[in-house]
Design a protein around this ligand. Structure first.
Ligand code: AMP
Ligand code: GLY
Length: 426
């Protein structure tokens, strides 16, 4: 098969690495890719936003499947335009990707299909939003409805913080039109779980559980990021909980979307809050999680390509996924300053060019080749991902490699997986 992968993050490097191991693969292209992806794919120069260039290239170079990594092109409808050219796509239609692209759409969809999620109100003007905040009090969560690069959900511990969030989103318009509508919702307590499933419009095949650490600082403190590290499996996810998530959330949402005329095809990522017996949906994403995909794919023993292809062709029924029972853990190495402003172009030293074993992979995110050297080119730069017989061992292996890699301003958390390790050690 000939494949075009779209994206340039750690998630896409993990996808490229896994696709490259498929015996079904003839040729892998990636656009725009990064320095790590370039070791296993032919990289094209088009940014993910350059839709017409991508469509034009596809006309001249027909592939068997296009795999879309990030949410931006999904929400803007690239998958529809590629399908119109007669090419199979892994990734939902624009109508279905609205489950991530519009929090208002997602909340209303959940309400129609009795999917448990935090109580909420939608606002388009600052004054009524502020009045509602004052009537509810803190803690409370303020969210820009549209895409905001993972920064649009603000968990406010005080009323002043919540008022500041409204000011930022609705008055200063920090997220542009993504803040045209604002969802204000109750603050949920519990432990977060990333539950991803492959979906072909009708059938739902769950992936192993995973958890990420969103906060920038050790001990889960500081600003939220796209994710500073992740691990799989999630010790929190028992077989009984998985069954409930499938019955109470995944099947109702997938059937509901099909019944409403926009069947979901691709990977559906439910961000869940688990509090004892209570399961609530925080968000749905229309794509693989980043960095959750890095440990997930290191553990996946099955060939990924037939699974992606089956989602695109509606033939997922009866397929299964075999997992390495060992846990995997990913530590993100980021540019100092992330998720705020950060520098780029720093030379990365100590990077293993050939990964020593399949048990450990250094996935690239924001990297690029410059005069033969790998330099930083984004906030999240690398995802060092390791398997171990325990989470503690996977953590130890990942950090042993993290410590051999350096650039000016490098930052990472020192405690990825601490909750799982605490559970493991009783
Ligand atoms: P979202 O963009 O909706 O996924 O939210 C991003 C992150 O904000 C989530 O992963 C949670 O850590 C946090 N969050 C979102 N909604 C809530 C909520 N209702 N209660 C508590 N935390 C939340
Ligand atoms: N790690 C969170 C996300 O991919 O949205």
């Amino acid at each position: 098969m000939k494949i075009l992968l779209i994206g340039s993050g750690g998630r896409e490097h993990a996808l490229a690495w896994k696709i490259a191991r498929s015996p079904l693969l003839d040729k892998l292209y990636c656009t725009p890719g990064n320095a790590g992806i370039a070791m296993m794919a032919e990289c094209l120069p088009f940014a993910v936003e350059e839709e017409s260039a991508i469509l034009h290239w596809l006309q001249a170079h027909p592939v068997d499947l296009v795999v879309i990594g990030p949410e931006g092109p999904l929400v803007s409808g690239l998958s529809d335009r590629i399908r119109q050219q007669g090419i199979a796509v892994f990734g939902p239609s624009q109508a279905a990707a609205a489950i991530e692209g519009s929090k208002v759409f997602m909340k209303e969809l959940c309400a129609r299909h009795q999917i448990p999620t935090a109580t909420y109100q939608v606002f388009e003007q600052a004054e009524p939003a502020l009045a509602y905040l004052r009537s509810q009090g803190a803690p409370i969560v303020v969210k820009a409805s549209g895409l905001a690069a993972g920064k649009g959900a603000i968990v406010c511990h005080t009323l002043a913080e919540a008022e500041q969030a409204i000011q930022q989103i609705m008055v200063e318009r920090a997220f542009g039109t993504a803040g045209d509508q604002v969802v204000i919702e109750s603050c949920l307590r519990g432990e977060e779980l990333s539950f991803l499933a492959l979906v072909d419009g009708e059938h739902v095949l769950p992936l192993a559980g995973s958890q990420d650490h969103k906060a920038v600082g050790d001990g889960d403190t500081g600003a939220n990021t796209g994710g500073m590290g992740a691990y799989s499996p999630a010790p929190l996810l028992t077989p009984a909980l998985e069954q409930r998530i499938m019955d109470e959330i995944m099947y109702p949402i997938v059937r509901g979307m099909a019944a409403e005329g926009y069947p979901y095809r691709g990977v559906l990522y439910a961000g869940l809050m688990i509090d004892g017996d209570e399961i609530q949906v925080l968000e749905f994403n229309a794509r693989f999680g980043d960095p959750e995909t890095q440990p997930l794919l290191l553990r996946m023993r099955s060939d990924l390509l037939p699974l992606l292809s089956a989602c695109a062709h509606g033939s997922l029924h009866g397929m299964q996924i075999e997992w390495d029972p060992r846990p995997a853990l990913c530590v993100c190495m980021v540019a100092g300053g992330y998720p705020g402003p950060y520098g780029k172009g720093e030379v990365i030293q100590g990077l293993p060019t050939v990964n020593p074993q399949a048990e450990l992979q250094v996935f690239h995110a924001g990297t690029r080749l410059q005069a033969g050297e790998v330099v930083t080119a984004g906030g999240r730069v690398l995802g060092v991902t390791a398997l171990g017989s325990t989470v503690a061992e996977a953590q130890q292996r990942a950090y042993a490699t993290v410590q051999t890699i350096h650039w000016s301003g490098v930052y990472y958390r020192h405690d990825i997986g601490y909750r799982a390790i605490k559970r493991e050690q009783g």
